[in-house]
Design a protein around this ligand. Structure first.
Ligand code: ASP
Length: 375
């Protein structure tokens, strides 16, 4: 598991109400009706402001959230907030941070209507995928967002993304239940399922896409939800926290000309239990005998190998070409239309639950949180 030296901490201002709480409000009834949202700032561009003296971008102090974004007051929500100390660039995100995030959400789950996680864009899709598996039976919104330009800039996308994420986290159905009951990414003009999302641009304000699942909502003049596409948990069950993630996993990216030495180095790495094999097209790979034999040998030795296409859209259809079928014969499991981010974090989660290789292999091809289209 991840080195404890990288384990995060949160600022002591954890969950300090940014607006008056029901206990201190002059209108207790009004406050009780206002959606109560927990904002968790992990780091990333969105929370940066320009230091007026040096001109450098520095993380803003979340105890002054409303001062930095005064428009938030007009939403009329009760906002609590907690920040990672220090805030991190999301390139430094790891399973210990995910466990910390999942724990923060679990701790405030009953007292809050929804959660907004402010996160750097670079690894947001991994965190969203990981949280979707770690928070079992989730029936409240966990909305991740970030931005390409910091909130402190004159022209920026952070304020809109934050406000959209808060509105989505607060949205309710006519019956009063949370409209969104899953981990999702609100970014630019869309709400995407978290474990279907991928970062597609380092410059575009529409930084995320989900190629194999339509947007859950479109953010235009109105936020238009696609209720038929939203995830609904099966029955009413208490939130189940699975904080243990086993990082004994790897990604093996195929390319024409990959050598046997390179392949073996990854397949035979003693500290991995599972590998996401990034294949060509509909799940194809070389059929040279050494290649297929080495994969079969790795499976026999107890490794779980999951076939995920390198194509951003579409998925694995093992039987479509002999080259894909050879992988299935070697014991490689289909990852269907999962993203690499989802497949990798799902394996971490399943191994983290202490499941056997056989069980992990079986669950990889089943939908746990809407991450794949079952056939
Ligand atoms: N490098 C930053 C991060 O992922 C970029 C961003 O915030 O969008 O933390």
């Amino acid at each position: 598991m991840t080195d404890s030296a990288t384990t995060p901490s949160t600022s002591s201002s954890t969950a300090t109400p940014a607006t008056s709480s029901p206990a201190t409000s002059t209108s207790a009834t009004q406050a009780a009706q206002a959606p109560r949202i927990m904002v968790i700032y992990t780091g990333g561009t969105i929370g940066m402001v320009e230091d007026r003296t040096t001109g450098a971008l520095v993380p803003f102090d979340f105890s002054h959230l409303i001062e930095n974004v005064p428009k938030l007051n007009r939403l009329g929500y009760e906002l609590d907030h907690v920040a990672f100390t220090p805030p991190i660039d999301s390139s430094n995100m790891n399973p210990a941070h995910w466990a910390h995030l999942a724990q923060l959400i679990t701790d405030s789950y009953d007292s809050h209507d929804g959660f907004v996680v402010l996160h750097g864009t670079d690894t947001m899709a991994y965190t969203a995928s990981a949280l979707s598996f770690m928070l079992g039976n989730l029936d409240k919104p966990v909305i991740l967002t970030g931005s390409q330009l910091p909130i402190g800039e004159i022209r920026e996308d952070g304020t809109e993304n934050l406000i959209t994420a808060l509105e989505i986290a607060a949205a309710r159905t006519a019956e009063g239940t949370p409209r969104v009951q899953e981990v999702a990414i609100a970014f630019g003009r869309h709400l995407w399922r978290g474990n279907r999302s991928t970062k597609v641009s380092s410059t575009n304000f529409g930084a995320f896409r989900s190629f194999n699942y339509p947007a859950l909502a479109d953010v235009d003049l109105h936020i238009t939800y696609r209720d038929d596409l939203l995830w609904h948990p099966a029955g009413e069950r208490p939130l189940e926290l699975w904080s243990s993630m086993d990082d004994a996993v790897d990604v093996l990216w195929l390319y024409p000309g990959i050598s046997r030495d390179v392949l073996k180095a990854q397949l035979e790495c003693p500290s991995t239990k599972g590998i996401v094999l990034r294949t060509f097209g509909a799940g194809n790979a070389p059929t040279e005998s050494w290649f297929v034999e080495d994969l079969a040998q790795a499976v026999k030795s107890g490794k779980v190998i999951v076939n995920v296409t390198q194509c951003p859209a579409g998925g694995v259809e093992e039987k479509r070409y002999a080259t894909g079928d050879a992988l299935a014969q070697a014991g490689v499991i289909t990852g269907l239309d999962m993203t690499c981010e989802a497949a990798l974090t799902k394996m971490m989660h399943l191994f983290g639950r202490g499941l056997s290789a056989e069980e992990v292999g079986r669950y990889m091809a089943c939908s746990l949180a809407g991450e794949l289209t079952e056939v």
